[in-house]
Ligand binder design. Structure first.
Ligand code: TYM
Length: 326
């Protein structure tokens, strides 16, 4: 089975991306062959600083290995190292409509926050569709916020196949059962993210333990005192899910353990569990960050494998679309 996912080198990565992203990537190595793309081309669609992009890219690569990506088994590479991604996006833009791109929730949200909206912000999901489809992908591990983009990739694949002949596998998502959408700790009606949420409500993987503890202890809870997962308890439900992500327990097991205990001890334990979850990740990350030459070497190897894996699909796309081939 072929598995593909992508992650942007923007911001400092947080608990939400850990839950919907990193931990799923590492786990999916047990299911099949994984291609993990650091989507640097996606990160220029909103205002950014070039120096920052370079730094964040290497940080993210180190974080992927620190959270369990195995360079012997899997292919980790940078999107900009494999030209097929940019080319596929252009070709697929012929079978994508402006109407469907405008309907993307993420485009609507992000474009509202900006004075000047880049064309790339609108066409972003086409690039993402190309990422996935180039690799004959069966499964895409993602968080809930990427569901709509994956749907679009599936539509584009089907449309291309119908118009130009069977070329693409139509991929399916893999979403975590618990923790597919981790919410901001201060405003649990918004998803946790590094942009557009409260700094106090976002736990970064690299936060110091005391910072993690403080953020979790001051997380908003709901009225009442029951540790129960329910629609009218968004703050507590989010904390329960965070506990499940950190310990691997089920929601029911966490609820049972804190039955009748109130929020105080529960929040303290969630904080400890998250600190323990990230402690070894952080240590491994620091080691890898100190070896930029090794990271570059792994990336060069990844890019080579990704170029070889994507080339036949790109060639088939050109051919079926009627281009004269060299
Ligand atoms: P990105 O970089 O924003 O996020 C990386 C992954 O983390 C998940 N995630 C979350 N999961 C749960 N709770 C949250 N609060 C949370 N925040 C982020 C995301 O769902 C994602 O899986 N467009 C994509 C990158 C991309 C991609 C692809 C993904 C480009 N091409 C091809 C899959 C396949 C993005 O911006 O993810």
């Amino acid at each position: 089975m072929r598995i593909f996912s992508g992650i942007q080198p923007t911001g400092s990565k947080h608990l939400g991306a850990y839950s919907g992203g990193f931990r799923q990537y590492a786990a999916s190595q047990e299911l099949g062959e994984v291609f993990l793309c650091v989507v640097d081309l996606h990160s220029i669609t909103v205002a950014y600083d070039p120096t920052d992009l370079r730094e964040r890219t290497l940080e993210l690569v180190a974080m992927l290995f620190a959270t369990g990506m195995d360079p012997e088994r899997s292919t980790v590479y940078l999107q900009s190292h494999v030209r097929a991604h940019a080319e596929a996006a252009w070709l697929l833009s012929a079978v994508t409509t402006v109407g469907e791109l405008r309907r993307m929730t993420q485009f609507k949200d992000k474009s509202e926050q900006q004075e000047s909206v880049s064309a790339g912000l609108l066409t972003y999901p086409v690039l993402m569709a190309g990422d996935i489809l180039l690799y004959g992908t069966d499964r895409v591990p993602i968080g809930d916020d990427q569901r709509q983009h994956l749907e679009l990739a599936r539509d584009v694949a089907q449309r291309f196949n119908a118009r130009f002949g069977e070329t693409f596998t139509v991929p399916e998502g893999i979403f975590p059962e618990v923790g597919a959408r981790i919410m901001d700790l201060q405003e649990p009606e918004r998803k946790m993210s590094t942009t557009g949420t409260t700094p106090q409500g976002t736990i970064r993987i690299l936060d110091e333990p005391e910072v993690i503890v403080k953020k979790l202890k001051t997380a908003v809870t709901d009225s009442g005192r029951d540790v129960r997962h329910a629609p009218d308890k968004p703050g507590v439900s989010n904390l329960i899910e965070i506990m499940c992500v950190a310990t691997g327990e089920s929601i029911a097991a966490v609820e049972a353990r804190y039955d009748g205990q109130g929020y105080g001890p529960f929040k303290q334990d969630v904080a400890e569990a998250v600190v323990e979850l990230f402690r070894p990740v952080k240590a491994r990350y620091e080691e890898l960050r100190g070896e930029p030459g090794e990271l570059q070497r792994l990336l060069a190897r990844g890019a080579e494998k990704a170029r070889a894996a994507s080339a036949p699909t790109l060639a088939a796309m050109y051919k079926r679309m009627g281009f004269v081939r060299p």
